[in-house]
Structure formats: C-alpha cells, structure tokens
Design a protein around this ligand. Structure first.
Ligand SMILES: Cc1cc2nc3c(=O)[nH]c(=O)nc-3n(C[C@H](O)[C@H](O)[C@H](O)COP(=O)(O)OP(=O)(O)OC[C@H]3O[C@@H](n4cnc5c(N)ncnc54)[C@H](O)[C@@H]3O)c2cc1C
Length: 381
C-alpha cells in the first residue's frame, strides 16, 4: 500500500503531528499511514508543562498548580508563578481524545504493528513491519533508541530517569495548589537527585524520585527513596494507585540532522527533549507547529530545530553535569533562590531575551561555567 505520509509511533509527537496535518486544508488530499505497536503501553505516562496562556490542549488538562518550590532547603516557601500555571495532561486522556478521531478520519490508515526497518527506494520509503510492508513519500519516525546517542563522542549523554508513584494517603497530606518542582534536600549521593511531588488532591499526589545522571538505578532503589521520603514527612499509610517510570535523554547531540529528506525523525528521536531538564511535551507542541508550517511552505525542515543559543546554554550545563554530576542541586537551587520563578520558567521555555539570560547566568557561581566554556571552545561544537 502506498501513502503520501507515514507516521511511525502514535505517542505524543506522532499524535500531535497527525492531528495537525489533518487539521490543515493543505493536506486534505493526502493519505496518512499511522503505525504504532499493539497494546496499551501508550497510556503509561502523564505530561506536565507550564503555560501563561490558553492553548488548544486546555480541555485535556487534569490539574493546574499556581505555586511551585525548587531548591535544597526543606520547608521553604512556595512561590506564585502567575501568570503561569504548571499543568498536567494524563496520557490516557490525551490518547482517549485523539485516537478515535484519528482512526475515524478517511485520510488515515491506522495500523497496529511493529516497524522493523525502513529503506529508501527511489521516491519512496519502504516501511517493513512484522506483518507487511508499506510505502510512503515521507516518513516521520518517532522510534527512539539510545544507541545513536551512545555513539556520540562530542556531546555528553545523561538521562533524566525516574520512578513515580501515584499515592492516596489515609489523611490529608498535601496542598493541591502547590507543586514541589525539584526538592534537592534528598541525599545527592554524588549525583543530581530530587523528589518531584505533584498533589492532585489533599490526599493524592504523584511522588517521583528523579535523577539527572548517566546510569539508571535498580527499580527498588527508586522505591526505597520514595518510601524514606514519605516516611520522613510522616506519610506512612498510603495506597499506590498507579506507577510510572521513564528515562528521557539529556543530550545536545543533533539527532534532528539526518542525510535523508524522506525519513524525518520526530519527538525524542529528533532531540526534542530539552537537554538540560528533559521537558519535552511543550517543545513537541511547538516543533510540530514549525514542522507543519515548513511542509506547507515547502521550506527546509532545518527550521524546526537548530543549534541556537539555548542549545548552547544546555550544552554548557550538561558538560558540567557530565564531569561533576553532583553540582546540579546547587546550580538549580541557586537559580530559584536568586531569581523569580517566572523568569526561570521563561528561560527554560526558551522565551527570554539576552539581557534576561545574562541575569540568569549571574545568579550562579561563574567558575564551573567558565571552565566548561573554556573546555568546550577547545573541543568544538
Ligand atoms: C513516564 C514519562 C513521563 C514523562 N513526563 C513528562 C512531563 O511531565 N513533561 C514533559 O515535557 N515530558 C515528559 N516526558 C518526556 C516526553 O514528553 C515523553 O517521553 C513523550 O511521550 C515523548 O514523545 P515521543 O512522541 O517522542 O515518544 P512516545 O510518546 O514514547 O511515542 C513513541 C511511540 O512509538 C511507538 N513505537 C516505538 N517503536 C515502535 C516500532 N518499532 N514500531 C511501531 N511503533 C513503535 C511507541 O509504541 C510509542 O507509542 C515523560 C516521559 C515518560 C516516559
């Protein structure tokens, strides 16, 4: 079977891209193949991001927080992030909304199968799955594999890795307006480690033990840290409603640069995760918009993602964490101590201007950054 476009993987990036293509009249005559692995694994996560405006996914937001805290001092004050709110979309709500709509479209052929490999054959890309082969003029591929990154000699590769428990406590234990964005008061053990607590009711929260480091821990090690953390806060009786776990790549390796104009990586596979934090969802929304715009205008897809100054700031931070993994807690804590959270969120969202970025940089001790800059200048970009 032949198609105009094929999307491999109906996760966050594949789904948002498919939905954006179908929404635009430019693609109204196009056929679209969407292939995703069978099963329900796609429902396994929640996505959080911050926003200061209304957006097309507002109706899927299940919770909003108006205050956050990030730092290494226990019991410090939460700060308002107005006009931003920190928002959560549950994967299950996202997919329950988009999947039936995509499947119902006359332009879409939905296929549940595992893609094994792709090959370019003249003007077409052959997509070989376990069950069959398809052909498309252009393929957007969201299969992500760490091995490509592992080959990178020029850029450090860390992971944001975590296990999270959705818990229900016996007694009210949380303030559902306050998100504990990064609690670095946990033992760092030579890494950058923090607890992330998102209460959705006074007796319910997602409690996630997270590291920015090279290697994952055993599953039990994350659970032990969560248990100890809750115990220290007097939370001993709780039910685990659900769990989530993940590993998000943290690297400046330009995964989006490929030789092919027909096979285009998207999502994590294209390096859409913010290298210094692992936040990906909001960036996916923006990059999908840029990708669709470039396709409509027939422009080069290089406009979707570039090595810009934010990429460079991320690179310096990753160079530091690669060599001195324990410094993350002090760098992030100082930032949130010395600057308003709104400015930091704006910076992490890559919407600041240069003077604001200088003020962000001045919040931290300059020495590790100057050393990283010096080494990077010698190494190259
Ligand atoms: C548990 C978890 C929580 C996260 N929370 C946040 C968050 O709060 N905020 C944030 O910004 N980011 C978060 N992220 C990071 C990021 O937003 C997600 O990983 C996001 O889902 C990435 O989108 P994607 O399209 O690149 O990959 P995915 O959403 O993982 O989609 C890839 C799809 O490809 C399919 N696939 C893979 N291989 C094949 C194959 N061979 N054949 C067919 N199909 C295949 C998979 O089944 C999957 O559906 C989280 C990640 C995880 C794992």
């Amino acid at each position: 079977m032949n198609f105009d476009y094929a999307i491999i993987g109906a996760g966050a990036s594949g789904t948002l891209l498919a939905s954006s293509l179908l929404a635009h009249e430019h693609f109204s005559d196009c056929s679209l193949l969407i292939i995703d692995r069978p099963g329900e694994a796609y429902k396994d996560r929640t996505w959080c991001f911050w926003s200061d405006k209304t957006h097309p996914l507002d109706h899927l937001v299940s919770h909003r927080w108006t205050q956050i805290y990030a730092g290494d001092t226990p019991h410090s004050a939460y700060q308002s992030i107005a006009p931003y709110t920190y928002q959560m979309i549950k994967g299950v709500d996202f997919h329950d909304y988009f999947r039936p709509r995509l499947k119902a479209s006359k332009q879409v052929h939905w296929c549940e199968d595992e893609v094994l490999n792709l090959s370019e054959e003249g003007q077409q890309v052959a997509i070989h799955t376990k069950g069959t082969s398809f052909y498309a003029r252009r393929v957007f591929d969201s299969r992500f594999d760490y091995t490509l990154l592992a080959q990178s000699k020029d850029y450090p590769v860390l992971q944001q890795h975590f296990v999270g428990l959705f818990i229900k406590t016996k007694t009210p234990s949380f303030n559902p307006h306050q998100a504990l964005f990064m609690d670095f008061s946990v033992p760092q053990k030579g890494n950058t480690r923090f607890m992330y607590v998102l209460p959705t009711a006074s007796d319910q929260a997602l409690v996630e033990y997270t590291l920015f480091s090279h290697e994952k821990l055993s599953y039990k090690a994350y659970l032990d840290e969560i248990e100890a953390y809750l115990e220290e806060r007097g939370i001993r009786e709780y039910e685990i409603l659900q769990t989530e776990q993940g590993s998000i790549p943290m690297s400046c390796y330009p995964l989006w640069q490929t030789d092919s104009s027909r096979i285009i990586p998207i999502g994590l596979a294209a390096g859409w995760a913010k290298p210094s934090t692992g936040f990906t969802f909001d960036r996916t929304v923006v990059r999908v918009q840029r990708l669709v715009k470039a396709l409509i205008k027939g422009q080069s897809l290089n406009t979707v993602q570039q090595k810009d100054r934010f990429w460079f700031y991320d690179l310096l931070l990753l160079d530091i964490l690669d060599q001195k993994n324990h410094l993350g807690a002090s760098i992030f804590s100082r930032l949130f101590q010395k600057r308003k959270p709104q400015l930091i969120l704006k910076f992490l969202g890559e919407k600041t201007h240069f003077l604001q970025e200088l003020s962000i940089m001045a919040a931290n001790k300059p020495w590790p950054f100057l050393m990283a800059l010096f080494k990077r200048l010698l190494k190259g970009f």
